[in-house]
Write a protein that binds this ligand. Sequence first.
Ligand code: ADP
Ligand code: MG
Length: 354
Amino acid sequence: GADLVLSGVTKRFTEFTAVDNLDLVIPSGSFFALLGPSGCGKTTTLRMIAGLEQPTAGTISIGGKDITGTSPYQRPVNTVFQNYALFPHMSVLDNVAFGLKRRKIRDAEAQAKAALELVELAHLGSRRPAQLSGGQQQRVALARAVVNRPAVLLLDEPLGALDMKLRRQMQVELKKIQTEVGLTFVHVTHDQEEAMTMADTVAVMNHGQVEQMGPPQELYELPRTAFVANFLGKSNLMPATVTGNTGEYLQIDVAGNSLTLLKERATDHAGKILVGIRPEKLRMEADTAAAAPGSIRGVVLDASFTGASTEYLVDAEGIGTVGVFAQNHGGALFNDGDRVRLAWDPEHAFGLSG
Ligand code: ADP
Ligand code: MG
């Protein structure tokens, strides 16, 4: 297949390094998301893949062919931008057919119509872009890119201009379209939910580097850095010291409490570490005389009932404020001031470098 491979790709703007020695292998036909905060180098990476920017160092290849020095038009790559960039004076159909006609493709019109059908806009082909809603214009831009059958489609925050509800709807549609056309999609976003909903593989970028890459669930369940743990949802991170090692489990001390962690879920197996636990993976029970050992004492500071769940803030002894999300099954809820015990299953916590 036509895998997209970046090897040691670096981009420096005078002194500043925007993309730092990036190695990526993006399999042909996959939906790949580049996720990271504003300024981390996502757009610069896409622009180098598109050929709009030359890397300072490194190479880019598609299907084993080095394309690093080639012009944008010579690359089997198309880009969908946030601002759509449609031609305002042309009909929707002509917008989609434009690239094909320029390349003198015989059945340009028929292919353009098929692409409009794919995005469910076949009935609006004779309109001008200005006569369409934002979401519809975005779909025209997508049809215009897909119709050229590029090996790789680059999408730079393509849903950023849409309101939340439409955005969620387009996420599902975009994913469906990608599956139907089977092209490689490289989707840039700073929205973790968007990346996790749509992508097969997510690469989390920070300061021009990929911190971690993998399937969404793996990144969420087993983050390998504090940045990834915090960027993909909420995490409780607590300083801990490894006190024992049984082979399968690590015994750890967290503020004077003895707890356990599955060894394979920890990056470090000795000394000072950070132990992380997602708020929904913390178990909370009333602090009775019979409370289980190996748990952390706390006092409920705040309880927010959200319907399906309740989100608690707990002042954990020796640790500080900890978040706990509890699914509501109709049982009793905890209230501010309640004394509680917090615990986790060893296979739910994760260990990071301290
Ligand atoms: P992102 O898309 O993740 O928000 P960008 O790739 O646009 O980030 O930018 C990464 C960094 O590189 C930013 O700090 C930005 O200011 C800088 N940068 C981008 N383009 C240029 C340029 N042409 N000249 C100088 N600095 C740039
Ligand atoms: Mg950007």
